[in-house]
Design a protein around this ligand. Structure first.
Ligand SMILES: Cc1ncc(COP(=O)(O)O)c(C=O)c1O
Length: 392
């Protein structure tokens, strides 16, 4: 019975152009991945500073695991509250300018663990409709009332705030949106915060490390709570929540995903500190990333592509799901990879090619990408036309 249900649902997924089937990556070398023995230039990683393949970081991480062992063997609240972890969290809090920090095994778990615990049945949470799936999952688990506002629309946010003015309100947004690649309206949110006095959570998964002075992100002026991941610019894995006074104690007592899960090992905390120290030194990489991003945006625009994105994530607008998948496939055949983001990651009928830029890229790589995309786009369109002609 399950078999038939799965088969039917997968068939519908295929017919809608939404079928997901990740390519098998044989190995990675800096900005390249190897698929079926072919070397592919990768424009879909979140390795913004190039630390994901840094020899220096890999050696430090290996030394930490050798020294501390591979597992904490306990949840944080039983015998997993190691001094090394607390010290590393203190260093993260200081670096980013918050009272406290708390590590989580992933950004997904951090958003879920923080959002589900902070809000309850009597609260109203107002969120930008383009926040990450993990934040949405956290809201669902919290049982709070949650109201979306149109992506980056301050007039809609204001309306939402006014509709619930009698309540203690919370607003959730991102430092750099993971699919649109744009910034939140910091000035707009700051103004509304003054009038309505809400608390703000900013997910800086894509901005910490890569943007702001020394990688400190862009949302500090509006954020009461921030979430960062170590799996993107930091070249590691795991995540951290940055918190005001009193929140850490609260989460220790009420965050189910934190309480009932094995804590990351000491070696991870020591490695997070090493990654932070490297991120501090990465001014040159941040500058290269900024220049690469600008170059990509200009080159795509000059060739007539409609794009969205203010920094190192650029969304090339495609629209049709099957066309986006086909463009990505044709691009791979030309030795370049960019991920086709489709529903439910983005709204239905608004599929994009999500281009992730890295400090590892050179200007020539960007020229190769744009040239390949032109060819791939034309080929994909003609394939779709032929399919329609043959009634497929
Ligand atoms: C905005 C945002 N928040 C959180 C996450 C989750 O982070 P992690 O990959 O560490 O689970 C992601 C990852 O894709 C993201 O894009």
């Amino acid at each position: 019975m399950f078999e038939k249900r799965f088969k039917d649902k997968l068939l519908i997924q295929r017919q809608a152009g939404l079928y997901r089937n990740p390519p098998q990556i044989e190995k990675r070398e800096g900005k390249y991945v190897f698929v079926n023995g072919r070397k592919i230039l990768n424009f879909s990683s979140n390795d913004y500073l190039g630390l994901g393949t840094s020899r220096e970081l890999a050696e430090k991480v290996a030394a930490n695991f050798k020294r501390y062992g591979a597992s904490s063997s306990s949840s944080r609240l039983v015998t997993g509250n190691y001094s090394v972890i607390s010290q590393a969290e203190k260093a993260f809090a200081e670096y980013f300018g918050y009272s406290d920090a708390l590590f989580f095994p992933s950004g997904y778990q951090a958003n879920m663990g923080v959002v589900s615990a902070l809000f309850g049945r009597d609260d109203t949470v107002i969120f930008d409709k383009h926040v990450h799936a993990s934040t949405v999952k956290g809201m669902e688990l919290s049982k709070a009332e949650f109201l979306g506002f149109k992506h980056n629309s301050m007039s809609h946010l204001k309306k939402r705030l006014e509709s619930r003015s009698e309540k203690q309100l919370f607003v959730l947004t991102e430092g750099l949106f993971s699919m649109d690649g744009d910034f939140p309206d910091l000035g707009g949110i700051a103004g509304l915060k003054k009038t309505h006095g809400f608390l703000t959570l900013v997910d800086e998964a894509h901005s910490f490390g890569a943007l702001g002075e020394k990688g400190r992100g862009i949302g500090r002026s509006i954020a009461d709570v921030a979430v960062g991941t170590l799996g993107k610019s930091f070249g590691l894995f795991g995540a951290f929540a940055l918190l005001p006074e009193g929140f850490k104690e609260y989460l220790f007592n009420f965050s189910s995903p934190l309480i009932y899960s094995t804590t990351l090992p000491e070696a991870h905390a020591a490695s997070a500190l090493d990654a932070l120290e490297i991120v501090f030194r990465c001014d040159a990489e941040r500058e290269t990333l900024r220049k690469n991003s600008l170059l990509m945006k200009e080159a795509l625009g000059a060739d007539g592509f409609n794009t969205c994105g203010d920094a190192h994530i650029i969304a090339v607008e495609i629209g049709d799901e099957a066309l986006a998948a086909s463009v990505s496939r044709n691009l791979s055949e030309r030795g370049v990879f960019a991920f086709p983001a489709r529903f439910p990651t983005v709204p239905l009928g608004r599929a994009i090619l999500r281009v992730g830029i890295s400090a590892l890229h050179a200007p020539d790589d960007i020229a190769i990408f744009v040239e390949s995309l032109k060819g791939a786009y034309e080929k994909a369109r003609s394939e779709i036309r032929q399919d329609l002609h043959h009634g497929n």
